[in-house]
Every structure is written in C-alpha cells, then in structure tokens.
Write a protein that binds this ligand. Structure first.
Ligand code: NA7
Length: 544
C-alpha cells in the first residue's frame, strides 16, 4: 500500500476512504475482512506493532482463555477452522497471539493495517458527510464510515494510590506487559489486584518466584478451570464438530458451551443442589457458573447456598484457616462479578513464600521508592505487578475526541452514562459504527464480535446497494434500546455489586458509583432484536 495516498500530515487534502476501522484486534481484523468483501476502500489504524488487540497487550504470566479454545476462535471460515489446531482446552496467550497472526497471514490483512498509530480525534463533517481523523503521528485521514473495534476492556488503569510514580524498581500493569521474558526467580514480587487477571498472574508467578506478596482489596469467588492438552483424538472430534460447537454457542445465553440447568435452586432438595454443584466443580470452564441453576444470579437464597458451597471448597484447599477466611468473599455473592477461573490459585497460598495482605485490615498508605507501605508494615520489592483492571466499556471511547453533529463531544454526551442503539450507534454521530460498543451484548467475546461485524457489514452492504451515504440512530431509537437494557437488568444480584460490569472503577474520576453499564440480556434475544432491525429495512435508523 502507498500510505501517502491515505494519510497526510501536511495541509493538502487526503484521499477519502470508504471505511476506516480503529483497532486490529479480533473485531477489527474480521471487520477488515468483511469490508474488503464489499469492495470498499479501507484501512485499519492500530496502536500496537502487530495484530491481536487484547492478546497483543495482555502478555502477563498465566494469561489464557476462560472460554474453551474451540468456542473462542473465529467461526466464519471453514478452511481456517480445519487448518488451525488449538493445543490446550484453554489456550495460553502466546498461542492466541500466534492464532491472530496466522489469521492475518492467511487473509493478507496486514497490508491494510497502519500499525503504531493511535487515533486522537475524529470529527464529523455534515456537509461532506465524512469523518476527519487526526492520529498521534500528526497524520490526517478522511473516511465516509468510521468503525471502532477498540474493545470493552482495553484501557488499563493504575491504582490511585499516592506514590505510584515514586517506585524505582520494576513496575508493570498486566496489560502493558513487556515483550521480553521476565524472570521471577529469587525476586521479591508484589501483585496488586485479585480479579480474573490477578488470579491468573498470582498462580503462575508463585511457581518460580523468590517471595510473592499479594495485596487483596476485595476477595473474589473463583473455581477450577480444569485445563488440559487436547489429544489427537479430541482434535479430530473438535474439527469434525465445529458446526455443532458454534450452533451450541449460538443458542446459549452468553455464547458458551455450557447450558444452564433449567431448575431453580430454591425448588430442589439440598442433596440435589449439592449433587449438581459437586459435578459442576469438576467440569471445565464456565460450567460452574453458566451451567448452574437458572436462578443463581437472581435468587439471593440460591446464590447464598452456592457461595457457601464454594467457601467450603476454599476452606478445604487453603491450609491456614485465617488465610482461607480472607480469601472468601464477604461483600458479594458467587457469580455476581465476572468469575475468575483458576488452576491452583488457592494452593499457591499454601506455599511458605506466598503471603496474602488483606487491604481491608491493613490498607496501603503509599507506594514508596522501594516498595509498598501499609498501615502495618513497610514492604520492599524488586517488582510490583499491577493487576488493577481497566477503564471498562467506555474507557477506550473517552480517550478519543469524537465530535459529532455541531461539534458535540461523545465523552460529554456519555458523562452521565453511555447510551447507544444496540451498542452499534449513537444519536448525533452519523456513520460512526461500533463493534462491541457500550450497551451491546458481550458474553463469549468472539461470538459476539462476529455477530456485530456481520450486522454492521450487512448495513454497509444495504447502504451501498440503495446508494445511501449517511446513517444515524435516532434519539428515540436509542431511548427505546435503553429501555430494553434497563428491563434486562431488573432483578440481577450483580446490580448491587461494585465491578466493571456496573461501571465502577475507583481509579477513574467520575466512575466510583454504580450505573447501568451493560446489556445483561441473552445473546439470542440480542440477535433477534438486531436481526429484526435489519429485516425491517432499518426503520429505527435515519438513512439518507
Ligand atoms: P478487575 O476484575 O477489574 O480487577 C481489578 C483488581 O484490582 C480488583 O481486585 C481490584 O480490587 C483491584 N484494585 C483496583 N484498584 C485498586 C486499588 N487502588 N487498590 C487496591 N486494589 C485495587 O480487572 P481484571 O484485569 O482482573 O479483569 C478484567 C477483565 O479482563 C476480566 O473480567 C476478564 O474479562 C478480562 P476491588 O475488587 O476493586 O476491590
């Protein structure tokens, strides 16, 4: 590609593209593939030096899928499904990054991707009906359609603890992990954060570390992942069953391979509950949450029983009873936050060189030049790992200055809570289309993003055929969808819990109170509503 044709850092007008996609993660890569099929001119802007998105950045020790590998890969190419072989039931990050590279090579995607560039601002011009982009390199680009595939969990946040910048040892957020191997042997290492990322990191670092200190503010429920190598025979079965695998994901509430038990926990005997839970505890992946009683996330009683069942498992696995009690969540019920899955996490605390600091008992006062000072002790470390999460859902949008009709700012418009039409569009921002945008369906992410890309591509194809150049969700359509989002959240125990799923990240200004932050309905319901919009000729959208 001749880059000078599509980007410009001077004052001369640049060539207008049909489509610019932001992000070359799994969403952006697939969107590029589909847009090319439509015969439209397209470029992708990517901040990293290669494809992969989440799997490019999150190289921390122990990073891997919690979805079965064969339910996570792309489903759109039968050839790709037969060519690629996952080696583990839950692939580790390096394998997934190789997969992203394999896909990019197979479909020759890199030739249309501009790496090492960040989008700084995007301004809509109502007269010329196009988006004017400025990149951090100073380059400028113009496109009729702007598609964001910037991820719901892509902006890492450091803790708002005094002194973070004072530390002189090695410090790293899990989502900005170095590309070079990191050794923990003989080192005094701290991990801050015990979410899904912290738990994967802790159990892996514990295997080789000199001494590990875990700083836990909130204990999280966690259950065994049960990973393992995929045998040759399993590989053959998987390859022969892909149609069935994706059909099952498609019909599932959240795109996984585990179906909820249709019974309510409150309707069955204690023995029946225990039987199901003992079985689920031995099963792979999210079976323990998605395959649970259908009232697990709505009935306080069923949830309390399940929480106690898991608490007992923690007590059985952690030798020191005081540490075990600290690891048992008290502030929320099982499954009401995104459930981390683990492989020997609790046993790590049985090692003499692994220590747990409960920040509810002894809060951190500050990060010092040499370590971490709590109200009780001064710790010295060679390395601090921040597994402190993300400015989720809207964070990636807040980083870019999007200006819609009459210069209105997307960040300002979303300051009181994000609103979209099915996560795809927002009123006042014509021709801006979002992949996995706020208030869309998440679940098993690739299953959702493939659908998102296909819906957006279908809309582009429709507009091309009908010679339409501008699409905007009306304010009424956005409000209509927000009513659906509200209704889907009613009665969920998760509503009363602080987490990124309720929009809380106390390290980010303005995000310390719970809001309606996501669509919590099922995947099939979401798709049925989106399909109906397309089938109805996009009546909810203003098309001109
Ligand atoms: P999470 O789930 O948001 O977890 C972040 C963790 O960091 C959590 O334990 C937080 O404690 C802790 N944290 C954050 N800020 C602080 C401060 N200031 N002090 C102490 N502890 C802090 O992020 P993950 O990366 O684990 O997972 C995000 C998603 O990525 C996950 O759902 C997967 O889908 C992949 P808290 O619970 O807030 O008290």
């Amino acid at each position: 590609m001749n880059q000078n044709q599509t980007t410009n850092s001077g004052s001369a007008p640049t060539q207008k593209l049909d489509v610019i996609i932001i992000g070359a993660g799994l969403g952006g890569m697939y969107q590029l593939f589909r847009v090319r099929e439509l015969g439209m001119s397209v470029r992708v802007i990517e901040a990293g030096s290669d494809v992969g998105g989440t799997w490019y950045w999150n190289r921390y020790p122990g990073a891997r899928f919690d979805s079965e590998s064969y339910s996570y890969g792309y489903s759109f190419s039968k050839e790709l499904l037969q060519e690629w072989e996952w080696t583990e039931h839950f692939a580790p990050q390096p394998e997934t990054l190789r997969y992203a590279g394999f896909v990019a090579d197979k479909f020759k995607l890199r030739q249309d991707i501009l790496f090492n560039r960040k989008l700084v601002s995007a301004e809509w011009n109502e007269t010329t009906r196009d988006w004017h982009l400025t990149l951090d390199t100073g380059e400028r680009m113009v496109a009729q359609f702007l598609i964001t595939a910037i991820g719901p969990l892509s902006v890492p946040t450091l803790p708002n603890i005094p002194g973070v910048k004072d530390y002189t040892g090695i410090a790293c957020h899990t989502a900005n992990w170095p590309h070079e191997p990191v050794s923990f042997a003989g080192k005094r290492v701290a991990v801050l954060g015990t979410g899904a990322t912290g738990i994967q990191t802790i159990q892996e670092v514990a295997k080789t570390v000199g001494h590990l200190t875990v700083f836990q503010r909130t204990a999280n429920w966690s259950a065994p992942l049960h990973n393992g190598l995929i045998t040759d025979e399993q590989q053959r079965t998987i390859k022969a069953s892909y149609a069935d695998i994706f059909k099952r994901c498609h019909e599932n509430v959240s795109g996984f391979l585990h179906n909820p038990d249709p019974r309510r926990g409150v309707d069955v005997s204690e023995q029946e509950r225990k039987e199901l839970w003992e079985k689920l505890y031995k099963e792979r992946g999210f079976s323990v949450s998605v395959g649970n009683f259908c009232d697990l996330l709505t009935s306080p009683q069923t949830n309390a029983w399940m929480s106690e069942f898991i608490a007992d498992k923690i007590r059985q696995r952690v030798k020191d009873p005081v540490t075990a009690e600290r690891l048992i969540p008290k502030s929320h019920g099982f499954g009401t936050r995104r459930l981390p899955l683990e492989s020997g996490y609790f046993e790590a605390y049985n090692q003499p060189n692994v220590e747990l600091v409960d920040l509810r008992e002894t809060p951190i006062e500050r990060i010092t030049a040499t370590g971490i000072k709590t109200t009780e002790r001064d710790f010295e470390f060679d390395m601090i790992i921040y597994a402190t999460g993300f400015d989720a859902l809207t964070g990636a949008y807040d980083q870019i200055d999007f200006r819609g009709i009459k210069g209105q700012s997307l960040k300002d418009q979303w300051a009181a809570g994000a609103k979209t039409f099915h996560g795809f569009q927002n009123a006042g921002f014509p021709n801006l289309l979002m992949i996995l945008g706020p208030m869309g369906a998440l679940g098993n992410i690739p299953r959702s993003l493939e659908y998102n890309v296909e819906w957006v591509s279908q809309l582009l194809a429709y507009m091309k055929t009908k010679k339409l150049s501008r699409v905007e969700a009306s304010a009424e359509s956005v409000e209509g969808w927000m009513d659906v989002v509200k209704a889907a959240s009613v009665g969920l125990l998760a509503n009363d819990v602080d987490s990124w799923m309720t929009g809380v990240n106390k390290n980010v200004e303005g995000k310390s109170v719970r809001v309606l932050a996501r669509y919590a309905g099922t995947g099939p319901e979401f798709r049925a509503r989106c399909d109906a919009v397309a089938a109805g000729g996009y009546a909810e959208l203003d098309l001109t």
